[in-house]
Design a protein around this ligand. Structure first.
Ligand code: AMP
Ligand code: ZN
Length: 112
């Protein structure tokens, strides 16, 4: 599978992993858009949310539900923003569903 994030999951390529369990991986975004910027991916390949069945989406729900437990590790104390870009208009560049976790600063709300 020629997917960058699958290669991180399979350890074919190295990345800066901050958390991993049997369901998901959280690593640092290479081009941070906030003081702290992580990417959370589930360990199965889906290009779009639309490709997931209801059963598949449990993996994503599980990953989201885990976040409060990772407050200290990720530095989420002050609040955080989750973003899932889907398709061209949103600027999705990596075709593996991922959740951006932005935190560590106050944020505006001005999508260009
Ligand atoms: P999106 O534009 O929503 O598809 O997000 C893809 C994200 O992956 C962008 O924020 C990129 O900065 C990030 N990214 C691309 N290549 C790498 C990499 N090698 N390591 C970590 N993050 C990456
Ligand atoms: Zn993938």
């Amino acid at each position: 599978m020629d997917c960058l994030f699958c290669k991180f999951i399979n350890k074919e390529l190295k990345t800066d992993i901050v958390y991993e369990d049997e369901n998901m991986l959280i690593f640092k975004d290479i081009a941070p858009q906030a003081k702290r910027h992580y990417l959370m991916v589930v360990k199965s390949h889906f290009k779009y949310l639309a490709d997931m069945t209801e059963n598949d989406s449990i993996m994503l729900a599980r990953a989201l539900k885990k976040l409060p437990e990772l407050t200290e590790l990720l530095g989420l104390e002050g609040g955080y923003r989750l973003v899932i870009n889907q398709g061209d208009d949103a600027g999705q560049t990596v075709p593996h569903v991922h959740v951006h976790i932005l935190c560590g600063q106050k944020m505006g709300w001005t999508p260009a």
